[in-house]
Design a protein around this ligand. Structure first.
Ligand code: SF4
Length: 475
């Protein structure tokens, strides 16, 4: 593969003049200047796999984050570009035939739908669990999983500056609308929160709420500053704009207004926490990305760093250590390393829990105490956030030591429990309780978990502990 001499990796570590946001999709990617550097096989994979999974990248990601001399193994290329191995071989072969040769749109749509349904498009039962109800009517666009935290999905924030190929929210990006959260008004959010004095935290999430302009975002944020919501102490915003489009905080036309908005929230006495999704150290080597961190924290907001551990992308302790260390130097706080969940092309991305633990431990050992605020590897499972604390041997039995960091039932939190060591397990579902027990302690207590009370009507009951839940950028 030939590259022009002025188009090598060096372009990824220096800032070019301020770009305007320019997205690329399956329909427009061939117009990107880098398209010519992709082999016919890689180009074909984009055209075929992007029929099933969402594909969106942008000029900044292409110019500044991807090392084109290292594709397809470059981590950010893997992060945003569809690859043929994301489909099963027979699926890829059939779809390829239809897309490239038969060009039969009806047949393509049927096959695409079948593949999507095979990919566990809705792993968390999110449309049926955790949705608050008032007078038996679900509050669309809200999720109330933990007693003190409500998630809010503003409709205008349900896309992203680029799409991650592993994202569990992929169904909403490909138009499976019945699985999309939506909320057009803040009035329901405010009314619900006013009736829930135990709620201290609101998480605004997407997609990516930072795709909204500042004026739209202000409508949501300012609605949370009213006196009747004095019990709301922490406002979190889940975003990957810090990595995919840091200009949002630095040079966009309304970037300064955004900083003033953050200051206003802080001045109102709230803790504003930007939950920044970072996938790889390269995302924070860029000068604009570093400026974004500094500008965010200069407003009095905090920036916490989190992201899932993904095979082919960041299964490398040195990358995590560099990311956390750089973040701390700039004023950010390492927060979570998540375990990839079981949806979409999960077979392509999943890592065994044992390996996830090894990577976390190795990265943790490389950094100073200031970066050891990070927790992981953590599974956002249906009963709560479960972290793998270590691998131990008790009475000759090799075990995973686990605990809840967050749980539906607060009594479960920080209670150590054990599962048989399994070097192939990739999710909580695969683990078996230790010491010959038939259930984990929380499974027998599941029906006693107290869902958050709604002011009237009922919250949908919890029916299973063995399902995944919660967000991706903001799990
Ligand atoms: S992981 Fe976050 S940034 Fe990536 S596609 Fe999903 S919601 Fe968007």
């Amino acid at each position: 593969m030939a590259f022009p001499s002025d188009f090598l990796w060096s372009s990824a570590v220096t800032d070019s003049p301020l770009p305007t946001f320019k997205p690329y999709t399956r329909q427009s990617i061939a117009q990107a200047r880098q398209w010519q550097f992709m082999s016919p096989e890689l180009q074909e994979a984009v055209q075929v796999v992007a029929r099933v999974l969402p594909f969106r990248t942008n000029e900044y990601v292409m110019d500044q984050l991807i090392d084109w001399s290292n594709i397809p193994d470059d981590p950010i290329y893997r992060l945003v570009f569809p690859h043929r191995d994301m489909l099963q071989p027979q699926e890829y072969a059939r779809l390829r035939e239809l897309v490239l040769f038969k060009k039969d749109e009806a047949a393509i749509n049927r096959l695409v739908h079948a593949i999507r349904m095979r990919m566990n498009p809705h792993p968390a039962g999110q449309m049926t669990h955790n949705v608050p109800r008032v007078n038996d009517a679900p509050l669309r666009g809200l999720q109330h999983k933990y007693k003190e935290t409500v998630l809010f999905f503003p409709s205008a924030g349900q896309t992203c500056h680029a799409y991650c190929t592993f994202c569990f929210r992929w169904p909403q990006f490909v138009g499976m609308d019945d699985m999309k959260f939506d909320a057009r008004e803040t009035s329901e959010l405010v009314a619900y929160l006013a009736s829930q004095p135990q709620v201290t935290d609101v998480l605004i999430t997407g997609g990516d709420p930072m795709v909204m302009n500042t004026r739209s975002l202000a409508v949501f944020l300012e609605s949370l500053l009213v006196p009747e919501l004095a019990h709301i102490q922490n406002i979190r915003i889940g975003t990957k704009a810090v990595a995919y489009w840091p200009q949002r905080f630095v040079s966009d036309r309304d970037a300064d207004d955004l900083m003033r908005l953050f200051e206003k929230v802080v001045a109102a006495g709230k803790n504003l926490a930007i939950m920044g999704h970072y996938s790889h150290a390269v995302e924070l080597r860029n000068e604009t990305a570093q400026k974004a961190v500094k500008r965010i924290v200069s407003t009095g907001a905090t920036l916490r760093m989190q992201g899932p551990l993904i095979r082919h992308i960041n299964d490398n302790p040195a990358s995590w250590a560099e990311l956390w260390t750089t973040g701390v130097r700039l004023g950010a706080i390492p927060y979570y390393m998540f375990v990839e969940r079981d949806t979409g092309p999960s077979e392509y991305f999943a890592l065994p829990l044992a390996r996830a633990h090894d990577i976390f431990q190795a990265a943790f050992q490389m950094v100073s105490g200031l970066s050891r605020t990070v927790r992981g590897p953590s599974m956002s499972a249906f009963p709560g956030k479960i972290v793998i604390d270590g691998v131990v041997t008790i009475n000759g039995e090799k075990l995973f030591a686990l605990q809840f960091l967050q749980a539906r039932n607060p009594d479960w939190v920080r209670k150590p429990f054990f599962a048989k060591y399994d070097d192939k397990a990739t999710w909580m579902d695969h683990l078996v309780p230790a010491f010959g027990k038939s259930k984990f302690f929380f499974e027998s207590e599941d029906d006693r978990a107290a869902p958050p009370p709604a002011p009237a009507g009922k919250v949908i009951p919890i029916t299973s502990t063995r399902r995944t839940d919660a967000g991706r950028c903001s799990q």
